[in-house]
Design a protein around this ligand. Structure first.
Ligand SMILES: [Zn+2]
Length: 352
């Protein structure tokens, strides 16, 4: 990677607005993350491209020296915009911030990420809800392929050699459409690929079935990124199927809601029983938060709505994610991933 080696499988913290919520970059560095995620849609709407351009690109603007992957915003247009209209040309939508009208085309989205200076770029794609019709899902695959080709052409003709464009596989929950998407996208011979449109409200069984089916078809020599997945059980299932990269707001979002990871499952710091609990979140965790603070203190901070509450919880949760991924990598290297997964999940999924 252009800005530091990324050892996979890796989890990428999400910094939608050019910041990982509640943490300083110094913390993210100390946690050993070398690749974080930004969002082209959000940064294009606010602060706007001109601000980032005049600041010398996103890395300089947010003072982050390692790699950044930027999501195109396809997912955000579909999940946040109060109005959107898709055509083969692109998508017209209203901003979720001020209602202003915008048009994004695949070409424009590559241009935005070029101004941001992203190390990994994602093309504009069409995301579909998990209950959409076969016809809608098929049209989404068709347009996603069309846009991926146009994105590749612009990326090839304008970007420097040290940026990577990933292709996104769609196809909703139809196996034949997933197969079609894989064959149409992988023929573009891009530096990496991503599986989109999973973990959007479907059951765990459907998720696993669709993931295994899609991942099996992917070229093994290219990095594979599973978009929007950040729970330990889904990550371990995906790693088992050859996925290399993950991102999700989940670990940081639950932190702000007083929910923290432990080896025996998530724990709510708001519980009454934490009131007099002087243990750290996890006595075996080596993070800054666990070294210094008790569950009772953290519960107090959340109850008093102190700014430090989400800061300390987020630090612990991202530390947990990185430790988990380190353990995953070690288990793979030592050829004992299956045993590791079984042991980890046996403890994590058991009742508290
Ligand atoms: Zn900790």
């Amino acid at each position: 990677m252009p800005r530091g080696k990324v050892v996979t499988p890796a989890f990428m913290p999400v910094g939608t607005n050019g910041t990982v919520k509640a943490l300083r970059n110094e913390d993210i560095e100390a946690l050993d993350f070398k690749l974080i995620l930004g969002n082209a849609y959000h940064l294009y709407l606010r602060p706007g491209l001109e601000v980032v351009r005049q600041s010398g690109g996103l890395h300089r603007f947010m003072s982050w020296k390692y790699n950044i992957l930027t999501d195109s915003g396809g997912f955000q247009v579909f999940s946040l915009a109060p109005f959107r209209k898709i055509s083969d040309a692109g998508v017209d939508f209203r901003s979720h911030i001020d209602g202003s009208l915008h048009k994004l085309t695949p070409e424009k989205v590559i241009e935005i990420q070029s101004v941001l200076g992203s190390d990994i770029l994602m093309p504009l794609d069409v995301c579909t809800p998990h209950d959409c019709s076969p016809g809608q899902a098929e049209d989404a695959v068709r347009i996603t392929t069309l846009w991926a080709k146009r994105s590749r052409d612009v990326w090839k003709s304008t970007m420097k050699d040290d940026s990577y464009l990933f292709g996104i596989i769609q196809g909703n929950f139809y196996k034949d459409l997933r197969e079609r998407s894989v064959s149409e996208i992988c023929v573009l011979d891009l530096p990496g690929y991503a599986i989109g449109g999973l973990s959007v409200g479907e059951s765990g069984d459907v998720f696993t079935d669709m993931l295994v089916h899609t991942a099996d078809l992917m070229p093994r020599e290219k990095p594979l990124y599973l978009m929007g997945v950040g729970t330990p059980d889904y990550i371990l299932t995906a790693v088992e199927n050859g996925v290399d990269l993950f991102d999700s707001v989940f670990p940081t979002r639950i932190s702000r809601n007083a929910m923290v990871f432990t080896p025996s499952g998530p724990l709510s710091l708001r519980q009454e029983k934490m009131k007099l609990d002087v243990k750290p979140i996890d006595p075996d965790c080596g993070c800054y938060t666990c070294k210094h603070y008790s569950r009772a203190y953290l519960r107090h901070l959340f109850k008093a709505r102190e700014i430090n509450a989400p800061v300390l919880a987020t630090y612990h949760n991202l530390f947990f994610m990185e430790q988990m991924m380190k353990a995953v990598r070690k288990a793979i290297t030592e050829g004992r991933f299956s045993g590791f997964k079984k042991e980890f999940l046996g403890k994590y999924m058991g009742s508290h």
